[in-house]
Design a binder for this molecule. Structure first.
Ligand code: HBI
Ligand code: FE
Length: 325
């Protein structure tokens, strides 16, 4: 059982008053007194990375690169191969953008961490991927409160080399701007979560990872594919739009697409009538399995049940963590 709990990137968006972005990466993150640019971009500050920061990248890169053959989808592997991403240094966003731009018209821009939804969607709609410029600390290898450069670059950027994902994420940005106005962003965010972040794809030799939240996590790369605890369910749009997700632990259910071109068709779907149809219908809990699900494999639920049992059996004194370190 993995400890500490791996924390996928939370979709919660701290406002501009958040101090979380401060002091993450030397001078590059700017001083607290200075407001960010309206689009929240900053200089990556590549020259300011310390040897220790490059070393954290190297540890994460090597660990993940050993694990992913036979787990990551072919498109992830191909994207990684064709990009200037290696073990020795945190990649330079300008070099990534040069290659990406030629392949799919995308760029990578630096941000200090989570940015407000609207800012995030504006970037995606214009084929700019906002990547955190900071890197997690050596003692937080499996723990992440906000997307750092390893999650964003190692997890997302190889997939942006694929034309289907490239178009799909742009469409998500455009759809996000519309969904915000309609007050249905939670529904759309679930689709992003269960595809771009935690998606699995059926390939000729078996199930493979394409979601960045999995591909950038050592422990979830194993859990998502191998652990009998998790449900693996055929992706169905309305079903996913109604399914809550976990931001603090492994997913209880993963949704599987037949191939990445499926995302291209998804990008063409008009979501407006779907929002209307499911409005007022109940949401599903993350671990729920429905009679109508196309189940590739029904999970035992053991992993999350054990955690819930611990949480409910342990009397918690105020200020004392229920989870042993
Ligand atoms: N900001 N940098 C960054 N990365 C994200 O993945 C992100 C974000 N802001 C908002 C957000 N994600 C989500 O809340 C939306 O996808 C719904
Ligand atoms: Fe992400």
């Amino acid at each position: 059982m993995p400890t500490p709990v791996p924390t996928p990137v939370s979709p919660a968006t701290p406002g501009p008053e958040s101090s979380a972005a401060k002091q993450k990466h030397g001078l590059a993150a700017g001083s607290a007194a200075e407001p960010p640019r309206p689009d929240w971009t900053i200089d990556q500050g590549w020259d300011a990375y310390t040897p220790e920061e490059h070393a954290v990248w190297k540890t994460l890169f090597e660990r993940q690169t050993k694990l992913l053959p036979g787990r990551a989808c072919d498109e992830f592997v191909a994207g990684m191969r064709d990009l200037p991403i290696g073990a020795e240094q945190i990649p330079d966003f300008r070099q990534l953008s040069d290659v990406l731009m030629k392949r799919t018209g995308w760029q990578v821009v630096a941000v200090p961490g989570l940015v407000p939804d609207e800012v995030f969607f504006e970037h995606l709609a214009h084929r700019r991927f906002p990547a955190g410029n900071f890197i997690r600390k050596p003692h937080e290898l499996d723990y992440l409160e906000e997307p750092d450069v390893f999650h964003d670059v190692f997890g997302h950027v190889p997939m942006l080399m694929n034309p289907s994902i490239a178009d799909y994420i742009q469409a998500y940005g455009e759809g996000g701007l519309r969904a915000r106005k309609l007050g249905v962003l939670d529904k759309l965010a679930r689709v992003y979560w269960y595809t771009v972040e935690f998606g699995l794809v059926q390939q000729k030799d078996g199930l493979r990872i394409y979601g960045a939240g999995i591909a950038s996590s050592y422990t979830e790369s194993v859990f998502a594919l191998d652990d009998p605890s998790a449900n693996r369910i055929g992706f169905e749009l309305e079903r996913v739009m109604r399914t809550n997700y976990r931001i603090d632990d492994f997913q209880e259910s993963y949704f599987v697409i037949p191939d990445l071109e499926e995302l291209l068709s998804l990008a063409q779907v008009d979501f407006a009538p779907l929002y209307e149809r499911i409005q007022g219908l109940p949401d599903y809990e993350p671990g729920t399995v429905l009679a109508t699900d196309r189940l590739l494999n029904r999970g035992t639920g053991r992993y999350h049940r054990a955690k819930r049992d611990v949480a409910s059996a342990t009397p918690v004194a105020p200020g004392v963590s229920a989870t042993p370190a």
